[in-house]
Design a protein around this ligand. Structure first.
Ligand SMILES: [Zn+2]
Ligand SMILES: [Zn+2]
Length: 204
């Protein structure tokens, strides 16, 4: 999995560059109920939003067992998923001296290995993390600063912008925590199939 420190450091530099340095990134606590059916748009001041990204999974459990068996040819179980679900929730508060303090919490949903069924989090490369935070920046502007955009279907554009040669299996919904919680884009793919839209900034 990609370490949270890497996310945080790219987030900090990106949001400073965007002029939103009052926003902080945190890991979403485990006790947050993230089942989509149970979350209203605003939940104790938190606003939730799902982002769909691409990541590579390496099953460490399969890798370990292969090493233990002393196999000459190490077969590492890896797969790439274009349905990697990241859930964000954000809140903007005023501090005691009247300054804005924004908090963003994130959680990346795990997927299960089709060989051993052990769950893990995918690895996002640096460009994918930057794209994710650019999308997050657009969403924060729209949600908390009333900036209007024509469309924010950035994620579709990101996913289709590059070919991928690595091994891609069909998305296994039964081994996807994002599907289980109702957030995975895979669940909504039919509705969106014919509606790829352009993203254009109207005003800031
Ligand atoms: Zn495995
Ligand atoms: Zn899924």
């Amino acid at each position: 999995m990609t370490s949270f420190h890497i996310f945080k450091s790219i987030f900090n530099s990106s949001f400073e560059f965007y002029g939103l340095s009052e926003w902080l990134l945190e890991i979403m606590p485990d006790n947050v109920d993230i089942n989509r059916c149970k979350i209203n748009r605003s939940h104790h001041g938190w606003i939730f939003r799902r982002h769909n990204a691409r990541s590579k999974f390496i099953c460490m459990n399969c890798m370990k067992s292969q090493i233990q068996l002393h196999k000459e040819k190490l077969k590492i179980n890896t797969w790439t998923s274009v349905y990697t679900t990241i859930l964000f929730r954000a809140r903007l508060d005023k501090s005691f001296n009247g300054q804005n303090i924004g908090r963003i919490q994130m959680r990346i949903f795990e997927q299960g290995c089709h060989t051993c069924n052990i769950y893990s989090i995918g690895i996002l490369d640096e460009n994918e993390i930057k794209r994710t935070f650019y999308w997050l920046y657009i969403w924060i502007l729209e949600t908390f600063y009333n900036v209007k955009f024509i469309d924010n279907e950035l994620e579709d554009i990101c996913i289709q912008s590059k070919g991928y040669n690595r091994r891609q299996l069909p998305h296994d919904s039964s081994r996807c925590d994002g599907c289980r919680a109702g957030w995975c884009k895979y669940l909504y793919r039919c509705k969106n199939k014919n509606s790829l839209k352009r993203h254009t900034v109207m005003s800031i």
